[in-house]
Design a protein around this ligand. Structure first.
Ligand SMILES: Nc1ncnc2c1ncn2[C@@H]1O[C@H](COP(=O)(O)OP(=O)(O)OP(=O)(O)O)[C@@H](O)[C@H]1O
Ligand SMILES: [Mg+2]
Length: 300
């Protein structure tokens, strides 16, 4: 059973796109809510994927995080975060985003103490929630910096991409920069390796390629095309499993705590329904993994 109860702000981050930030944010949020915790998700990404992933269509809301951020500028209405927060079907509160948020970032550069703006904007709700989870965009920009400065804990998400290890170097550069801003060392409390264990068929072992030949031959109704024996996609001749084991070991060495989440079709299905997996398919492979991760979060 899930227990625990610290007030904390957790930021999900990686400058690379599509590594599973939003998925991890929403699904950890889902299990925390299921455990009876008061949870707020702050969507700090103009793509508004966390907003939509919780079943809220951005245009259905009058006020968004855009308005909250713009409050810091003269001439804009004062919109505290409490005014944009909405309840969602999953029992999670949401500070929604929309595409307008893109327009905030250039303005932020006019403010000297810009890194702490989100932290300050969250102040009015810090004690209204057990957990505040911040979803950030794939960039090295102000929303990520603000999310990291506001965080008590940081979760980085890493996918199985060929350049996964190179991405970690980029993360460490960002953390070093933030460390200089906040005046202490910044590191991730947890790395989540997403869509792990089961790569999409055509990207995994070369041995599946005859399947592609068969598929092409069915599509074009000709004889099976001659596909030459493929070079392994992984570098150095390592198998996909070996490559992943290497990444896992390296991530563990750098971040200490690592969790893996398998590929699971229920993740996509849940997103389509505007629900976290905790509320849609808690016993699916990804559901079980995110439950374990949420249990770890509760123990922080
Ligand atoms: N465990 C999983 N199983 C299946 N699909 C997954 C899993 N994790 C993530 N995905 C899918 O991968 C895609 C990218 O995930 P997600 O949107 O969470 O990444 P992101 O890092 O937030 O992306 P962005 O950088 O654009 O914000 C989504 O379509 C999501 O449904
Ligand atoms: Mg995202």
């Amino acid at each position: 059973m899930i227990t625990g109860g610290n007030i904390s702000c957790i930021t999900f981050s990686h400058h690379k796109g599509g590594t599973g930030k939003t998925t991890s944010c929403l699904n950890v949020a889902g299990f925390l809510a299921l455990a009876g915790k008061r949870v707020l998700v702050v969507d700090a990404d103009p793509q508004a994927n966390a907003t939509m992933g919780l079943g809220i269509y951005p245009d259905s809301r009058r006020r968004h995080m855009y308005d909250v951020f713009m409050s810091v500028f003269e001439g804009f209405p004062n919109v505290p975060i409490t005014e944009v927060i909405t309840k969602t079907e999953a029992g999670i509160d949401l500070a929604p985003s929309n595409l307008d948020l893109v327009g905030v970032e250039p303005s932020l550069y006019m403010i000297d103490d810009r890194a702490g703006i989100l932290r300050d904007l969250l102040e009015p709700v810090r004690h209204a929630y057990d957990y505040i989870l911040i979803d950030t965009p794939p960039s090295m920009g102000q929303f990520v910096i603000n999310g990291l400065v506001a965080a008590d804990h940081i979760v980085v998400t890493i996918d199985a991409g060929i350049f996964a290890l190179r991405g970690i170097d980029g993360l460490e550069t960002i953390f070093a920069d933030i460390g200089e801003i906040v005046g202490h060392r910044v590191t991730a409390d947890l790395a989540v390796l997403t869509r792990w264990e089961e790569a999409p068929p055509l990207m995994s072992e070369p041995s599946v390629r005859p399947g592609l030949a068969g598929l092409l031959s069915r599509l074009f109704k000709r004889g099976a095309p001659q596909i030459p024996a493929a070079e392994p996609l992984s570098q150095g001749g390592a198998t996909e499993a070996e490559r992943r084991a290497r990444i896992e070991a390296e991530v563990k060495r750098r971040f200490g705590r690592v969790e893996t989440v398998p590929f699971s079709r229920e993740v996509y299905e849940a997103q389509q329904r505007g629900l976290p997996i905790a509320q849609y398919a808690p016993d699916s492979p990804a559901g079980l993994a995110y439950r374990r991760i949420a249990e770890g979060v509760l123990a922080w």
